[in-house]
Write a protein that binds this ligand. Structure first.
Ligand SMILES: [Fe+2]
Length: 299
């Protein structure tokens, strides 16, 4: 494996880091074409040269999308040999968490994560999608940020602003049931069809599309097409706060007690005492205290 690197600049085209961070914060997509040279250390990897090469290298199961649903919401896991046959039969297949197989990918992923400023609690992974001509993904949004690198073939993407919910914490596929928690904090109904005011992007080998969290998207391969994703799922402030509060409270034997709900209120009064102590403590908390727990833990 080559020793040169993919870093944030390799993925953001002509944008500076500052310009990219503004796009990320405003959840604005961008496309960059003709990156074959700057991505050669990724695109030149022998096992990414073709779906067949990747399947031959792959040591795990491969996901096959149900053609009726065309989304990861409905998939089966099969052997690499069977996956290739499914692909030849016209089904989309997904090699999940490719970074498990290639330690260098995790090095790249973590470096890019730090450059962006995502927390150490971020879930980072790489995926390879192989889509036969005419097939693609059903309309949906994700809770994560994706850099899509087109490796082979031509694929169309349609992206549209999400006017229903900002900062969703789970994904949603149009026409499928809404996640219970998501339904709880969304004030509007989700659309039943993909928004008409969308933008079309055509990806060729060497194109990179940045798909921010929450943005509606759907795809269709023009030719047989293979793409490689850098997928970042950073924690929300909710995740950081709850993780740290849990860590703080875990030092207390009283807080570690099993919660037994007592009809005559004895447990309630103990719980009230704990909450009262907690609320007194909260006044002394600040961001530095919290981030000291979650960040700079890596050796
Ligand atoms: Fe997606």
């Amino acid at each position: 494996m080559s020793n040169t690197e993919i870093n944030l600049q390799s993925l953001i085209g002509d944008n500076t880091k500052e310009e990219f961070l503004k796009l990320l914060e405003s959840q604005t997509p961008f496309v960059s074409h003709g990156n074959t040279e700057s991505l050669k250390d990724l695109m030149g990897l022998p096992f990414l040269k073709s779906v067949e090469n990747l399947a031959a290298y792959w040591q795990d199961t491969v996901d096959v999308f149900n053609p009726q649903v065309a989304d990861e919401i409905s998939k089966t896991s099969v052997s690499p040999e069977d996956a290739i046959n499914e692909y030849y039969c016209g089904n989309c297949i997904l090699f999940n968490d490719v970074n498990r197989m290639i330690p260098e990918f995790d090095m790249w992923n973590q470096k890019i994560r730090k450059e962006i400023g995502f927390s150490e609690l971020t879930y980072v992974r790489n995926l390879v999608y192989a889509s036969p001509a005419g097939k693609g993904n059903a309309p949906h949004f994700d809770q994560n940020f994706n850099f899509v690198v087109q490796l082979e073939g031509t694929k169309k993407w349609w992206l549209a602003e999400n006017k229903t919910i900002n900062n969703p914490m789970t994904r949603h596929v149009i026409g499928h049931p809404v996640d219970h928690e998501l339904a709880g904090y969304a004030d509007k109904e989700f659309p039943e069809a993909f928004p008409a005011d969308c933008i079309e992007y055509i990806l060729e080998p060497g194109s990179i599309l940045f798909v921010p969290r929450g943005v509606w998207h759907m795809t269709e391969a023009v030719t047989d097409a293979v793409s490689f994703n850098f997928t970042f799922t950073p924690p929300t402030w909710i995740d950081i706060a709850t993780a740290v509060i849990r860590e703080k409270l875990s030092h207390s034997e009283k807080w570690r007690e099993s919660a037994i709900i007592d009809d005559n209120g004895v447990s309630n009064s103990e719980f009230n005492e704990l909450l009262k102590d907690l609320s007194a403590d909260v006044k002394n908390w600040n961001a530095v205290n919290f981030l000291d727990v979650t960040e700079n833990q890596e050796l």
